[in-house]
Structures are given as C-alpha cells and as structure tokens.
Design a protein around this ligand. Structure first.
Ligand code: PLP
Length: 388
C-alpha cells in the first residue's frame, strides 16, 4: 500500500477515536422545519434558514422565471461576460438595504472573505482577528500575507494591545454574530478603537443580516453603526436570505478596489443569474415581513427560558443561534444521536470548529418553527439531559 493511502487510513482512525468523525446526511426534501434526512422525517433545528425563506413560493417563482429568461449558467466570470442585469440590480438593492454606496456580489461568503481581506492587506501590513472568527476570515487573513494576529474573544483590552504592536496598514476583522456561539461582537467600541488607531474594520454579518435590527439590517442596524464606523461589511445570502452567494458592501472606492484586486471575484464564474433574481425576491420579503424577526425573537426567548428551567448550560446569545455547552465531544455526539432517535435534528459541533473542550449542540431557531415544536425539543432535552 502506498504512503498516502496508509496515512489517510491512520488519520481517519485517529479522527474516529477522538469522536470527531464527520458524516453527511442525505436530504430528500426541501429545506424547512420538516426535513427528510436519510429516509427519516425529522424536525430540523440546525439550519441557518432563519427566516424560513429557502423554500418560499415567491423565491421559487422568481428563480423559475429567471431561469426561463436567462437560462441556468452565467457563462463566465463577472469581468468577462457573466455580469447580468439580475446581478447588477441585486447589487444596487443590497447597497440600498445596507445604507452603503455600493455592494459587490461574490459566489460564496468563503470567497468574499478570502478575496476582500487579501485585496485590503498584504506583506508589511497587519490583520487582527477575533479568535472565534469564522474559518473563512481566518483563512483570508493567512492567505493575505499580512502579519496575522488574533485577540481573545471580544476582549477589547487585548485588541487594544495587539493594535499597538501592529505595523503597516491595520485591518481589524470580526464576525458580527459569532456563528458557533450566537453572541455579538462589541462593535461600537471596536469601531471607536479602529478610528482612533487609523485601522480599518471588516465585519462579517453572515448571521445578523435579515435577523437583527427592526428592518433586518443586521448587527450594524442593531448598534446604529454606518459605513463611516464599519467601512467593510460582508454579508452572505445562504442563511437568512435563503438562497446562495455573498456580497461586500462599502464605499465606491472599496468596491472598485475589489473589482480590480479580489482574486476570488476575478477568477471565478458568476452566480447563476436566477439565484440573483431569487435573492431579489427574498430581499423584498426580508424588508417587508418584520413579523418573521418578531416571531424568531419570541421563539428564542421561549427556548432560553425552557432550557434554563431544565438546567442546561446556555451561552449569552441574543440571536437564533442557541448553543448548549457540553464540553466533551462524545457527549455532544451522544446527545445529538439520541435526539435523532426521537425525530429531532440538532447538530453536534466539535473541535476544530470550536475550541478544545467546548463541544456543544448548536440549536438554531427559524421563524418557520411553531411554539409546539420548540416545546417538543425542550421535552426531549429534559428527558435526555442525563447524557449531557
Ligand atoms: C457561513 C459563513 C460564511 C460562509 O458563507 P458561505 O456563503 O456559506 O460560503 C462566512 N462567514 C460566516 C461568519 C459564516 O457563518
């Protein structure tokens, strides 16, 4: 047997022995609260479809109509001949929604982060990131070639000290809502610090846009911050918007710089135009239907109150991401499996996605859930908590 094959098998055995083996489930239904996974009907508490738009009839109709008008493939990158009227209209609407001069579509959030950070800083500069940032922000920082510094989660003092040691252009990078913890970055203070130290600030609001703020403007609307406070905003479209893709929003100069320099923008095929049209439809719903955000808040409060009564260890999260902290990876897997047997799908999140010793169940709520379903989850957690 060759070395690569032996190595692969040893690695897989080691991963399994640590309780960290990752497996996929095969989904045969649309995304929603009811999911058919591996042939079983489950109630879904692990999707990022926070507003219940992934399978919304208006979004589906827009997608189908646009496929009729534009076909399926975009044909090339945006800079060759793939930038359709649908993409352009969505960019203008996203810019307006976020209160920014311009927005630029990327094919995924992962690519937006790699491209944006590498376009903004390079050798001789410093990128400074929260330790719990999403993998794509960490990878973007490493890829950029800038000095790479991390500060303790949401720790302003550590950030201040780290900034003082930075050289060249300084870019502070943080999640808006932390994807595995559900808490918010202390953005007003970070923005003040950035301004005082002549640093730029990039906020990735993948989990806040559509969900937080009265109008769904995300963590920046929640805190009342604008383009002057946070010059670089990254949003993703595969979560609350229920579709696919991502964008960077900010000043005209920022967007032009991205078009000239962001390699993950330049050297990749544009999203299918029908995805852009579907997103325009979902953006209209995000803006118009604030009841979805209100309902999500009520369900979140109900879940937190119930979980506290049972004695589960929650985290300080005001968002629909509600992790139950277990610590041990095997416990997290066992509880997730037991919930599955009861017909409920909740993801077990283990290292290296989260730090060692902080494995958890990541419960996510959606505006499409009913109170009775949240209560059923709580009843099952109460019954199974001895596994925790
Ligand atoms: C999901 C996520 C991404 C990646 O977005 P995709 O469009 O799925 O590639 C980036 N940043 C954060 C914080 C995320 O949660």
């Amino acid at each position: 047997m060759n070395t690569f094959q032996t190595d692969a098998e040893n690695t897989l055995e080691a991963v399994a022995a640590q309780g960290l083996y990752r497996k996929r489930r095969i989904i045969a239904s649309p995304q929603g609260v009811h999911l058919t996974a591996d042939g079983r009907e489950l109630i879904n508490f692990c999707s990022n479809d926070y507003l219940g738009l992934a399978n919304h009839p208006d979004v589906i109709r827009a997608f189908k109509n646009a496929a009729g008008q534009y076909g399926v493939g975009s044909g090339s990158a945006h800079l060759v001949c793939g930038h359709s009227a649908a993409h352009h209209a969505l960019e203008e609407e996203l810019a307006e929604f976020c209160g920014r001069e311009r927005a630029l579509l990327f094919s995924t959030g992962y690519m937006a982060n790699l491209g944006a950070i590498s376009a903004l800083v390079g050798s001789g500069d410093t990128v400074i990131e929260d330790r719990l940032n999403h993998a794509s922000l960490i990878d973007g920082g490493l890829l950029s070639g800038a000095r790479f510094k991390r500060y303790r989660h949401a720790d302003l003092e550590h950030l201040t000290n780290t900034l003082a040691e930075a050289s060249g252009k300084k870019l502070i990078v943080t999640d808006g809502v932390f994807s595995m913890d559900g808490d918010l970055a202390p953005l007003p203070a970070i923005a003040r610090l950035a301004q005082a130290q002549d640093a730029w600030l990039l906020v990735d609001d993948a989990h806040g846009l559509g969900v937080l703020g009265e109008k769904g403007g995300g963590v920046l609307e929640h805190y009342g911050l604008d383009q002057g406070d946070v010059p670089v905003l990254v949003g993703t479209l595969g979560k609350a918007f229920g579709t696919f893709g991502a964008f960077v929003a900010g000043s005209d100069a920022l967007i032009e710089l991205m078009i000239q320099k962001a390699r993950t923008y330049i050297y990749t095929t544009a999203l299918p135009p029908a995805v852009a049209e579907a997103t325009r439809a979902s953006l209209r719903i995000v803006r118009a239907e604030s009841w979805r955000r209100d309902k999500l808040k009520r369900l979140t409060a109900r879940f937190r109150q119930g979980a506290e009564q049972i004695g589960l260890e929650l985290m300080p999260s005001p968002s629909p991401i509600q992790p139950i902290l277990l610590g041990d990876s095997r416990k997290a897997s066992a509880l997730s499996e037991a919930l599955l047997d009861a017909g409920i799908l909740v993801g077990a999140i283990r290292p290296p996605t989260v730090p060692q010793g902080s494995a958890r169940l990541r419960v996510t709520l959606s505006a499409a859930h009913e109170e009775a379903q949240v209560d059923r989850l709580l009843n099952e957690l109460d019954r199974l908590k001895s596994l925790a």
